[in-house]
Design a protein around this ligand. Structure first.
Ligand SMILES: [Zn+2]
Length: 682
């Protein structure tokens, strides 16, 4: 076993084209944070690195769509993401970004070093070029017909209709997304990392070296990549947004985002070291450092094969000891998707559940997708809070601290003679630091947290078995002992819960007047001294009501409806009509003078309108979408010669025209500028 002097822990750089959601948190950031907090509590030297990945084509596409610069997009999301992490207690030592000058410099130097030392190969290939925009086209900028399923909107790298991976040159009738023109094939030169040359090394390092300690899912993916035969991989692209390739002949080319992003971990370390007046190199180049990458399963090939090959090609760097990649988290049975807005967003959660960061952390760890995909549901979130955090952990601590205040004015009572039962409890307590730590060291965070709850259960059971509230009169000395021991268990919990529930740990330590203890102290039963004063009891958790959960479920249902409406088929066109048929309809601009709800109905409003021809009353079925006051004074379009009909006692003459979405949502139709009442529509 090597002697580990320091831990370099990285977490996948979130892509700065959207906020982070619970899938990211459960997959990467919460487990990484548990790991580093545990190491720090054990007095280890740790550097926890994060940052935003700000290059790549999706960011340029989003910028073009919104008519802003890529820098605008990454500034927006970098700030939202960084704030979410801070608020959730993800304890980065540095949270950087790949648009920083230090990173551009570091990544360019890294490339140049490989280039100068003959580690890269050059290749000329044919790529699509837009002659009007004067740009080579990234795969995502080319659309055309899929050769497999005839979907006319396939991209240059993939058809989303049939899921086939494509080469841009396979598309039938390709079009540039920039100009709409047909692109032409043009020669372009790129630099490739010959992964095939590292085959033997990868087999030895991963397939033989990490068969036992890497997660089977991670090992299995690596094995399948290696056995398929590795090919040289392009590390440059024809693009303007990114790290410029530092060669004269590479005008208009940048480093491929997957080449520059992992170097971001190194750049961030340099930034951190500069700020702290220390050397960055030991964290990356000293054999006594342990490198661990926390990532999602979609990043395995980059962190287990490509980045290590880059480091190996460069030389002088350590490679990761472990890459504990997680599977995916689903939401209410459906795949989480940024583009479909099917997610629980971190920044929205913090807004909706202030002070409840630990409830989310707890829930996500309890369902962590460590070995297979997992599912987050709001009902489960509520149950985890109410039945576990509140009913077990919170209840035990609250009973203990409240009784100590009630009986002894908050002064910690003396411990009397121990019965066999107390001895047994103390014996069990001593096992927890190692039992929980063992799980964390093996990246089994779900199991580690379950063990933590077993300690809370032990305390809760002890109180329930000994019932101090019933013994205070007849046996006050024994009650002192019970509460003394229970307080020691609270102290133990406050230390051992810190990696999982950092906000709760802080609150609990404040109640107990306990500060900065080492992990192994979590097994002691003499942490608190008799005679010391406790602070007032505070609730660690509170009940989450059904209404709160119903609101979140409704939010998701609304998203689902909106998505369905977006994807619904358009109603087929009706039969042609003659101009005369159309002329029969008398459509006018009218002004709404008054509006009120029709009693005992949900959908109906009674409107009084000025049609220019007359003033009249009509009934309109829009009450679910408009309040009466929203409509008064508005101009709308109305068919004024629809035969009158008596509805709810009103002679309704005419019909307000409305657009209807596939989900039934209604919108009134308004002229673009103010028109005279009675203006005809033709
Ligand atoms: Zn297809």
């Amino acid at each position: 076993m090597k002697d580990i002097k320091r831990y370099t822990v990285t977490s996948a750089l979130p892509y700065a084209n959207g906020p982070v959601h619970i899938g990211h948190l459960a997959g990467v950031y919460v487990p990484a944070d548990i790991y580093v907090r545990y190491l720090r509590n054990n007095g280890k030297e740790v550097l926890f690195i994060g940052g935003s990945d700000e290059h790549g084509v999706p960011i340029t596409i989003k910028a073009r769509k919104e008519g802003v610069t890529p820098q605008d997009i990454v500034d927006r999301y970098h700030n939202i993401i960084k704030k979410s992490f801070e608020e959730l207690g993800i304890s980065f030592d540095i949270y950087s970004r790949t648009s920083n000058p230090t990173h551009h410099e570091t990544a360019a130097e890294f490339f140049k070093y490989l280039y100068d030392n003959g580690k890269l190969i050059e290749k000329v290939s044919q790529q699509y070029y837009d002659e009007e925009a004067h740009e080579f086209l990234a795969d995502r900028y080319i659309t055309g017909t899929c050769p497999h399923c005839n979907n006319e909107h396939a991209y240059g790298d993939q058809c989303e209709a049939c899921g086939s991976a494509l080469n841009a040159t396979e598309l039938i009738n390709p079009k540039s997304a920039l100009s709409g023109n047909t692109p032409v094939l043009k020669e372009t030169k790129h630099w490739y990392l010959p992964l095939n040359e590292y085959d033997a090394w990868l087999r030895e390092w991963i397939l033989q070296g990490h068969k036992a300690d890497w997660r089977p899912t991670v090992y299995g993916q690596c094995k399948s990549w290696i056995e398929q035969g590795l090919q040289p991989r392009a590390v440059t692209r024809d693009l303007t947004w990114g790290v410029k390739v530092p060669l004269k002949e590479a005008e208009g080319k940048v480093l491929y985002v997957w080449f520059d992003a992992p170097i971001g971990y190194i750049s961030a370390t340099k930034e951190w070291a500069k700020e702290h007046n220390t050397d960055w190199k030991p964290w990356w180049q000293d054999e006594s450092s342990e490198l661990v990458h926390f990532i999602g399963k979609d990043n395995i090939v980059f962190h287990c094969i490509i980045f290590p090959c880059m480091l190996k090609a460069h030389g002088g760097y350590i490679v990761p000891t472990n890459v504990p990649a997680n599977e995916f988290l689903n939401l209410e049975g459906d795949k989480i998707s940024t583009s479909r807005n099917w997610a629980v967003w971190a920044h929205e959660y913090i807004e909706d559940f202030p002070g409840k960061q630990d409830v989310l952390r707890y829930t996500l760890t309890s369902i962590a997708p460590e070995t297979k995909d997992a599912d987050f549901t709001w009902a489960d979130f509520q149950a985890k809070n109410n039945n576990e955090l509140l009913a077990i952990f919170g209840n035990f601590v609250n009973r203990t601290v409240v009784l100590s205040h009630k009986y002894y004015g908050g002064i910690i009572p003396e411990c009397g003679e121990l019965t066999d039962y107390e001895k047994e409890i103390i014996e069990k307590m001593t096992e927890f630091p190692n039992r929980i730590g063992e799980c964390i060291r093996h990246y089994k965070f779900r199991e580690a947290q379950a063990e933590l709850m077993n300690l809370a259960r032990l305390g809760n059971k002890y109180l329930t078995d000994t019932e101090p509230w019933k013994k205070q009169k007849e046996n006050p000395e024994y009650v002192k002992t019970i509460l003394h021991i229970s307080l020691q268990i609270c102290a133990s919990l406050s230390i051992l819960c810190e990696p999982f529930l950092p906000f709760t740990a802080k609150k609990l330590q404040k109640m107990l007047n306990l500060n900065n203890k080492n992990w192994s102290d979590g097994g002691r039963h003499d942490l608190l001294k008799a005679g010391d004063q406790l602070n007032p009891a505070e609730y660690l958790f509170e009940k989450i009501e059904d209404e709160t959960i119903a609101k979140q479920v409704k939010k998701l249902e609304d998203t689902k409806k909106a998505n369905e409406a977006d994807n619904a088929d358009v109603i087929p066109a009706k039969e042609d009509v003659t101009f005369d048929d159309f002329q029969k309809m008398d459509v006018r601009v009218v002004t709404v003078l008054a509006a009120e709800k029709v009693a005992k109905t949900k959908k109906l409003l009674k409107l009084k309108v000025n049609t220019g021809v007359d003033t009249r009353e009509i009934i309109s079925g829009i009450a679910e979408y408009y309040q009466p006051e929203d409509l008064i004074g508005k101009q709308v379009l109305m068919l004024i010669n629809l035969a009158p009909k008596n509805i709810k006692g009103v002679d309704s003459h005419g019909m307000v025209l409305m657009a209807e979405n596939a989900d039934g949502t209604l919108s009134i139709m308004q002229p673009q500028k103010r028109m005279k009442e009675g203006s005809t529509v033709k």
